[in-house]
Design a protein around this ligand. Structure first.
Ligand code: FES
Ligand SMILES: [Fe+2]
Length: 380
């Protein structure tokens, strides 16, 4: 059953929020702590938005599949024998057992429970002993489909059958990404970092949406990125965060021989950042996945020109893992503890009209999308 938010409660948590960021208050800290809001977000956000699955490289050949879980809903994408990319709930039509795990290649999707076998197009091919029962038509059994879309060579899935295609929702995002990362289609999965953070997924996302804290909290990072060139722009369901980052003399990591000297980051609603960092050809997809109201699982995927990172790429990964992430995790976990006290309910956004990296208008933009989702939970 859908979680319903009362109008009074919505007004309370959005009190002081203004469409103009410079005079707005942030959303109430209760949204970062109370289980009810996560339930609403699961229903209204995670089960209705496009979620990253993998690079298309994993789903090129017939029978190749990748399984995942979106807030407790198991599903997989698979290339069928006619070359069409499909996705289904990862649930057998006999008694509901999970069908596939992880990733791989199959000719038939065989359920591990009683061996019902499905074709990669989702049609049931065979159910042992089904000829003994009445009115059982194998040709009428079909896995339940899920929406799937390739966007900038990345595969996304959406549990909402009515979802507007990502390419349509995302405006100019594809054009921007492909202008910065024209090689994205030929990059390959090279590394993954994961973290468990004791903070709400929105606190983690808020932190990624502003560089107001960079000079204060990321002393090495700001020697790499030319902060005076940093610009943040918000558009529909994404925001872009761009800066020059070609400083050879920096304390973050070596960018000798780098072919990429821009720092290009896109936030994509609701819980992803897509990035291109200085170095060789590269792309990253970082996800902030809620585990509980005050716990987030972060998954950072790195796509490089080769599956084996170079020493320079490992240095960049170590910088993220050993320096940048501990800095950011410390910040967001402290914020979460602050939100547990009566001393913090809402704050102001420090925005500037020039849209610089120091401005927090992209946090305000994110919060406006959160409030729109809560609004939907209010019903008619
Ligand atoms: S649950 Fe899948 S074959 Fe029985
Ligand atoms: Fe940060």
């Amino acid at each position: 059953m859908s979680e319903i938010l009362s109008r009074a409660e919505l007004e309370r948590v959005g009190k002081g929020f203004d469409p103009v960021a410079a005079r707005s208050w942030s959303i109430n800290s209760d949204c970062y702590r109370e289980p009810k809001f996560l339930e609403i977000e699961r229903e209204q956000i995670f089960r209705r938005t496009w979620q990253f699955l993998c690079h298309e490289e994993k789903l090129r050949e017939p029978g190749q599949y990748v399984a995942t879980d979106i807030q407790g809903q198991s599903l997989f994408a698979i290339r069928d024998s006619s070359g069409e990319l499909r996705a289904f709930y990862n649930v057998c039509k006999h008694r509901g057992h999970q069908l596939l795990k992880g990733e791989g290649t199959v000719k038939l999707i065989t359920c591990p429970y009683h061996a019902w076998a499905y074709l990669p197009n989702g049609a049931l091919k065979h159910a042992p002993r089904c000829d003994l029962v009445e009115d059982f038509d194998v040709s009428k059994v079909q896995l339940t489909p899920v929406r799937v879309e390739v966007f900038c060579h990345l595969v996304f899935v959406n549990l909402d059958p009515e979802a507007v295609p990502l390419a349509e929702q995302a405006g100019d995002l594809a054009r921007e990404i492909m202008a910065y990362a024209p090689d994205l289609g030929s990059l390959t999965m090279a590394h993954r970092l994961t973290y468990r953070i004791e903070a709400n997924w929105k606190a983690v996302t808020d932190n990624f949406l502003e560089c107001y804290h960079c000079q204060v909290a990321h002393k090495d990072f700001v020697t790499l990125v030319e902060m005076d060139t940093y610009k943040v722009a918000t558009h529909g369901i994404y925001s872009s965060h761009m800066a020059k980052a070609g400083r050879q003399q920096n304390k973050a990591y070596s960018i000798d021989a780098a072919s990429v000297t821009d720092h290009a980051v896109w936030y994509l609603w609701p819980n992803m950042t897509l990035m291109r960092y200085p170095g060789r050809g590269n792309f990253m997809v970082w996800r902030f996945i809620p585990v509980g109201p005050e716990e987030t699982y972060e998954v950072f995927d790195f796509f490089f020109e080769t599956a084996e990172p170079t020493e320079a790429e490992m240095e960049a990964i170590r910088f993220i893992d050993d320096v940048l992430q501990p800095e950011d995790i410390g910040l967001v976990e402290s914020v979460q503890r602050g939100m547990r006290t009566p001393a913090f309910k809402q704050g102001r956004y420090m925005v500037d009209p020039a849209g610089s990296g120091m401005s927090e208008h992209a946090v305000h933009h994110f919060h406006s999308l959160i409030l729109q989702a809560y609004e939907r939970a209010c019903g008619a």
